[in-house]
Write a protein that binds this ligand. Structure first.
Ligand code: SAH
Ligand code: DHB
Ligand code: MG
Length: 222
């Protein structure tokens, strides 16, 4: 199995199941033109996020790590009328590009991009009485994942869903001695999830145009 094969199959699925999408194409073009790194979820993964929002019937979503708003657009598209999404982003340029992309997607009303480090914005959201959120997508800096998972639980209710991106990192996650703070962050989050009686969680490996990676998916059960 090779990256070429994974990419070819992803292309085939995307051609079959994801119709041409000028809004998303333009979001990626604008993100690249502004110099943002192309580390957004793949099209098929983005559609998975939309499908999960729909399956869950989520009306409120919290995202950590907006980048150019690509995953944000997918998530928000799964919301019903009147649904709301808050997305947290530390880089001013990323937030600015994302806001423009969301406006072009007709999602300016539904989505609020909050500028600031997530670890500072999360307690502010809680203090404002925001939440509980029906679905929380964790995709900011991987070293912060343990804190973000803990905050996600605080901002969740029984029945909420927590999803975290990039939990495999080409297999690096199994290296307990890794010096990569991102790997250690993911590993510590998995330990927290395993020890947390409020969640029922699994992790799923994925391959595709973005290589070999995976998602944590957790249901908040209490
Ligand atoms: N969810 C996006 C990709 C996010 S990439 C998508 O799939 O389309 C990770 C993002 O997290 C980057 O934009 C980065 O600037 C942001 N980030 C990094 N550290 C952060 C922090 N401490 N708080 C908030 N955002 C952060
Ligand atoms: C990378 C990929 C991601 O999905 C992400 O959220 C952050 C970084 C990467 O490939 O470096
Ligand atoms: Mg990611």
């Amino acid at each position: 199995m090779s990256q070429d094969q994974w990419s070819a199959v992803d292309r085939y699925f995307t051609d079959q199941l994801l119709p041409n999408d000028p809004v998303l194409d333009e979001a990626l073009r604008a993100s690249a033109a502004a110099g943002l790194p192309a580390i957004q979820v793949s099209p098929a993964q983005g559609k998975l996020l939309e499908v999960l929002v729909r399956i869950h019937g989520a009306r409120t979503i919290l995202e950590l790590g907006t980048l150019g708003g690509y995953s944000t657009i997918w998530l928000a598209r799964g919301l019903p009328a009147g649904g709301r999404l808050v997305s947290l982003e530390a880089e001013p340029k990323h937030a600015e590009v994302a806001r423009a992309n969301l406006a072009r997607a007709g999602l300016a009303q539904a989505v609020e991009v909050r500028l600031g480090r997530a670890i500072e914005t999360l307690p502010r959201l809680a203090a404002e009485g925001r939440g509980p959120f029906d679905l929380i997508f964790i995709d900011a800096d991987k070293a912060g994942y343990p804190d973000y998972f803990t905050w996600a639980l605080k901002l969740a209710r029984r029945g909420s869903v927590i999803i975290a991106d990039n939990v495999v990192r080409h297999g690096a996650v199994t290296d307990a001695a890794s010096s990569d703070p991102g790997v250690q962050g993911v590993r510590r989050m998995l330990e927290l999830a395993a020890a947390e009686p409020r969640v029922s969680a699994t992790a799923i490996q994925t391959v595709g145009s973005k290589g070999y990676d995976g998602f944590l998916i957790a249901a908040v059960i209490a």
